[in-house]
Every structure is written in structure tokens, then in C-alpha cells.
Design a protein around this ligand. Structure first.
Ligand code: PBG
Length: 323
């Protein structure tokens, strides 16, 4: 035998040299759940180790993460039912707690990268990402609301907006609202290929944001589809997106690779709540080595082509590699 691939696996030193993919804390964005009030830290029951924080405690958590090298945070507010309405008015109410929180986070940690989500669901009494009329999700009417929400988030100091709503034309619409108002520096990380997935379950529990009626299949993509991701990628690129995102990550590694191979934009992948919950649940039962399963999952996302990984494992990963 002339070629024996095992020679390059014979010791840790050699394996280190030939390692093709390396994760870094720099790859991560840490999604965090925010609630109103003070001194609140409530665990999400389906996401062990993940909490909903009030702003005062979130500031401490962000500081701890930054000490571990995590620089980017995606802030998701949870609103009580009484604050929700059909038009998601709270999403752009200047006095609302999440906008004040973003302002406070940015003024406390100017070097932190703060990302926000653009979609109606946390603020909508219908629990949908768009405006609902007679059981239908209206596209163009939703854009107007997303535009107001985006502007409010930019005014609060967000560095990156993440439209997660999957309405047609929203990246271009948001870009023009931002630019018209002087926010040419605010970035857009588009949820380009966002699938109608069962893996968002724990997130909807965290925000109490599940749709009251129907599902999200008329706007989120069909998990069966591959080529369609390229249509979305083409549109988002033409409309001015700075990053393209694939979501979820693990069941869609082929889509991450597809976008990586077909775009020069940085590709992000969202390792979603259900993917986190699966590993945690199996680890709690002693059925999987949770730490190794975490590392292998995160590595696979990077190997598939993701430059940026949004993951609830971000802090745990950073803590582990710091040791
Ligand atoms: C809101 C939004 C969702 C997630 C991110 N932004 C839920 C959904 O579309 O129903 C999911 C994140 C996760 O599961 O971790 N549009």
C-alpha cells in the first residue's frame, strides 16, 4: 500500500496539523431572550442553561460573555399577551422596553455587536411574522410595519438587523427605509433560506410567540426545497443584504454549502432552539455525551461553509475553550 490515510491520524500532534476546520469564539453570535422588569432570570424549560433575562441581569451576562471572547449578541424580547396587537405596534413604540434595552446595551458596551430580529411574531396577537387578514398573511402591508420596526431598532443603536419574517421584498424595503433615514451603516443579515421547521418549538415557548392559528408554511420555505434557496439568495443579494443566513442549521447543511458555493457574501447559519434542546435532552438522560455532540454539531456547521454561527451553545463553547 502506497497511500495510508491513517498515517495522518496517528497522533494528536499530526491530527492538529491536518485539521481542516477550526471553530473559534469569533464565529459566534449568541441569541439571548430579554424580558421586562428587574432582577429576573427565568430558565426556558425546554432549553436547559438558557434564560430569559431582565436588562439589568442581561448586562452582566453580556459582560461575562465578552470576557470569554463573544462579541455579538442577538436580542429577542418576550412580550406579555396584553402588549400584543394585530399590527405589532409595540415593535416600534419608542418607549418600549426592548428598544430602551438595546440603547442601554450599546451605550454600556459600544464594542459589542448588537443584532435584532425583524418580524412581527413576538409583538403580534396573531403570533405570525406578518399581518393577518381573513386567515391570510399580507405581504406588502407587512413591509410597512417591518420598515417602522427596522427604523426603530436602528435608532436604538442596533448594528445588524435580522429580518426573519420571509416576506417578499423585505430586504430591499428595509434597506431603503434605513438609507433614507441616514442609517446607511446599519447592516442586514437576511434570514435568506428560512424553513418552516419543527425545530423552532422551544424558541416559541421562550417568547410565547407560537401562531394562534395555522402555520408558517405560506411564508417560510418547504423543507423539501433546495433550488428555491438560490432564488431567495439572489433576491436578498440584489436587495442589499450584507449576510445570507440559513435556518435551521443541522438539517440544512446542504443548503449552507449551496449558498457558500454560490455567493461571495458571508454565510450565517442559525443553530436553532430545537437543535440545542435535542442535544441537552439526550445529554440529561445520559444518552449522549453532550459536550462532544455540541462540538461536533458546531464543527459540522462551519465545515459546511458557515462563516457565522448563531447558537445557544455560544457561551458554553466559549467557556469550554477558555479552560
Ligand atoms: C421569529 C423567529 C423565530 C426564530 C428566530 N426568529 C421563530 C419562528 O420563525 O417561528 C427561531 C429561532 C430558534 O428556534 O432558535 N420570526
Amino acid at each position: 500500500m502506497l497511500i495510508r490515510p491513517r498515517r495522518n491520524r496517528k497522533s494528536q500532534g499530526i491530527r492538529n496539523m491536518v485539521e481542516e476546520t477550526r471553530l473559534s469564539v469569533k464565529d459566534f453570535i449568541f441569541p439571548m431572550f430579554l424580558i421586562d422588569g428587574i432582577n429576573q432570570k427565568i430558565e426556558v424549560s425546554s432549553m436547559p442553561g438558557i434564560y430569559r433575562y431582565s436588562l439589568d441581569l442581561m448586562l452582566g451576562e453580556i459582560e461575562a460573555c465578552m470576557k470569554l471572547g463573544i462579541m455579538a449578541f442577538d436580542i429577542f424580547p418576550a412580550y406579555p399577551e396584553i402588549k400584543k396587537d394585530k399590527f405589532a405596534t409595540e415593535s416600534h413604540n419608542p418607549g418600549t422596553f426592548y428598544l430602551k434595552a438595546i440603547f442601554k446595551i450599546k451605550s454600556t458596551f459600544p464594542e459589542a455587536v448588537v443584532m435584532t430580529d425583524v418580524a412581527m411574531d413576538p409583538y403580534s396577537s396573531d403570533g405570525h411574522d406578518g399581518l393577518v387578514e381573513n386567515g391570510k398573511i399580507l405581504n406588502d402591508e407587512t413591509l410597512e410595519i417591518l420598515g417602522k420596526m427596522s427604523l426603530a431598532q436602528a435608532q436604538a443603536g442596533a448594528d445588524i438587523l435580522g429580518p426573519s419574517d420571509m416576506m417578499d421584498g423585505r430586504v430591499g424595503f428595509i434597506r431603503s427605509v434605513l438609507d433614507k433615514n441616514g442609517y446607511t451603516d446599519v447592516s442586514i443579515m437576511s434570514y435568506t433560506a428560512k424553513y418552516a421547521s419543527a425545530f423552532y418549538g422551544p424558541f416559541r415557548e421562550a417568547l410565547d410567540s407560537a401562531p394562534k392559528m395555522g402555520d408558517k408554511k405560506t411564508y417560510q420555505m418547504d423543507p423539501a426545497n433546495y433550488s428555491e434557496a438560490l432564488i431567495e439568495a439572489g433576491l436578498d443579494t440584489a436587495e442589499g443584504a450584507d449576510f445570507l443566513m440559513v435556518k435551521p442549521a443541522l438539517a440544512y447543511l446542504d443548503i449552507i454549502k449551496l449558498l457558500k458555493d454560490n455567493s461571495n457574501l458571508p454565510i450565517a447559519a442559525y443553530n436553532v432552539s430545537g437543535e440545542y434542546a435535542m442535544v441537552k435532552a439526550a445529554a440529561q438522560k445520559g444518552w449522549l455525551d453532550g459536550e462532544r455532540a455540541m462540538l461536533e454539531s458546531l464543527l459540522s456547521i462551519k465545515r459546511a461553509g458557515a462563516n457565522v454561527i448563531l447558537s445557544y451553545f455560544a457561551k458554553e463553547y466559549a467557556t469550554l475553550v477558555k479552560k
